[in-house]
Write a protein that binds this ligand. Sequence first.
Ligand SMILES: O=C[C@H](O)COP(=O)(O)O
Length: 329
Amino acid sequence: MDQVTETLAPGLPQTVEPRNPGMDLDMDWVRAVQANTSAIERRAATLPGRRSVKKDYQAAWLLKAITCIDLTTLSGDDTEGRVRRLCAKAKQPVRADILEALGVEGLTTGAVCVYHEMVPAAVAALEGTNIPVAAVSTGFPAGLSPYRLRVAEIGESVAAGAKEIDIVISRRHVLTGDWQALYDEMREFRAACGEAHVKAILATGELGTLRNVARASLVCMMAGADFIKTSTGKEGVNATLPVSLVMMRAIRAYHERTGFRVGYKPAGGISKAKDAVTYLALVKDELGNRWLQPDLFRFGASSLLGDIERQLEHHVTGAYSAAWRHAAG
Ligand SMILES: O=C[C@H](O)COP(=O)(O)O
């Protein structure tokens, strides 16, 4: 197996990261955080067209992307039937003939992500697989329901079988600079998760500045977040490349300081295969190959899988469009 194929090989890593224990809130570190907005935006602007992916490796990147998808449905009209269909897709994300042509077996998405009420249906549909159920929680998406109910909601979803909990932070703590309140909230949310992994949704589109994004990222990691996630998918602006650069660099700084690897989850509006490849390439550049595994990287996405499946079909039939060749560099 050559290095690229090995890096991109689908499947779970041999070792799964231990949970992030967090650390005491270091206010000096939080206050010192900088984010040079124009430099970050300049760098982000170069990313989509810059990465050249050899044709032979395109399918490997796309298969890797699938293993990192939190396949999501978060709609008011969700039903158990829709969730069962979603879980069937998570178990077999790509048509059997395409997988056979690629010589791939056992491919699944990273997780299925649903509202609390849909957790039992998802757990039942995924029984016997290694695909975890993630539940959005704490009054998702705004996070403005009574505090004790937000904490209780986490416990309910864990009891129903969710192995991952995507909490939403209180944006006002960031906007008012109340880092202690954000830390305490995140700490309590994490404790309520028990053994379940916790992803902190920052709702970056509502945090005002990239500096706030950097500071909120650090505070949530200090309080024990196992993942930091950009968005609920319901904000006006969801995952972006500048925000991703800032969050990945915060993850890198936290790792350098503590030795713990925190995962990254861009979410909201990521629906094109070429965008998925851009994000994966950015993770590789900023954090390294270890983060290209589903225990440290996820896409929160409801419609990305469909486009990836179409591109894989083109790959196996040799029907590359001029647009795809152009987009892939
Ligand atoms: O966390 C996941 C997002 O809500 C999904 O957003 P999307 O529907 O724009 O892919």
